[in-house]
Design a protein around this ligand. Sequence first.
Ligand SMILES: Cc1cc2nc3c(=O)[nH]c(=O)nc-3n(C[C@H](O)[C@H](O)[C@H](O)COP(=O)(O)OP(=O)(O)OC[C@H]3O[C@@H](n4cnc5c(N)ncnc54)[C@H](O)[C@@H]3O)c2cc1C
Length: 373
Amino acid sequence: MLVTDIYASREKPGDFGFADLKKAMLENYQNVQFADTHADAAATLKTSLQPGDVVVTLSAGDANKIGIQALEEMKLATAAETLTILKDEPISKYSFAMCGGPANELVIVESTESLVSLIRARQAEQASFKVVGGLSNILFSDLGFDGLIIINRTHDLSFEKKGDLTRIEVSSGMKLDAFVHACADQILTGMEWAARIPGTVGGAIYGNAGAYGGEIAKVLQSVKLLNSDGEIVTLTADEMGFGYRSSQLKRGEFGGTILSGTFELATGDEHLIHEKMEEIEEKRKKFNFKGNGSLGSVFRNPEGDYAGRLITACGYRGRRIGNVQVLDQHGNIFITYPGVKSSEFAALIQEVREAVKQQFGIDLTTEIEILSD
Ligand SMILES: Cc1cc2nc3c(=O)[nH]c(=O)nc-3n(C[C@H](O)[C@H](O)[C@H](O)COP(=O)(O)OP(=O)(O)OC[C@H]3O[C@@H](n4cnc5c(N)ncnc54)[C@H](O)[C@@H]3O)c2cc1C
């Protein structure tokens, strides 16, 4: 028997309290435990329950929530236990750029419960970790990563019709392109611009991905975030502080892991939705990487100009260092070939920046994230 604190009903406060109850119960029962708070009670249950046990909660108040809380926590704990953590795993195997040295540890996570529980465990140990999605916008060093890389492949998706609009909740690890196609299948319009953008919904929210006039900030309603204190909070799109290819999260103004995004889309015309997506997919096909790697646009466009135009004007299209090259058709996209090193990618970035600085006096900043040693 587990007894929690009590509250006054008809008694006057001070007449009879938890201390009196504890004393009376200890005099009459042997198998009794006490918990001052509901969280303590849930923690006690979590450690003492065995498979097949039944929990019955008796309460005139809200102590019935204790069983539910304990169950949630137990689900989280078991979810993390079943994960396979790989040691010294080459990041290049997972990177869109095909480079990056070994991660001390790497794990692929498919459920939100596992993701939450794993991150909370790392936070509690103050151990280093990095959550990534498709690794299509991040360059890891050739020295690898000193900590745990969590590859997020959570993939829940739900649609709820609300009048003329449909509310969609999507897990952050779902592929962005799969999300775009799922919306089109439901004849919802607003995500067509993102067709064929690699990576995950989480990565797209983090960097406010955009293309062909659309961007995440225009369609996202809210985000479920596991914050740096291990709490799950809901932030509105405004609270994410989106800017051009950025968010407060990307700018490091607060930390956390995006667990899911809620979008609101209107029903559209099926034919027009597919026509628009095909048009965009056709445009993207002209950058044919033929099985080679890339991280998309390397630099942010400076105010009122295009990084691609500046790089082209410097004569850098086609410039190659080792196994990385500025694409022949676009100055702001680098293509990587098998065996590429992150240091070669970084060297080409540096060279291009210097050329643009020298010719135009403009300091290009990168759109991709660089995790250097
Ligand atoms: C060929 C090609 C074309 C591209 N075209 C476009 C384009 O048109 N428009 C555009 O905007 N981008 C484009 N990109 C860039 C990239 O695909 C997108 O920015 C994508 O949204 C990144 O998602 P990701 O899952 O790969 O992120 P990753 O590269 O895995 O991670 C990028 C950053 O996001 C963080 N992150 C990822 N998931 C989470 C999460 N759940 N919670 C918190 N942080 C997280 C990571 O820690 C990392 O800092 C292109 C890339 C390529 C290779």
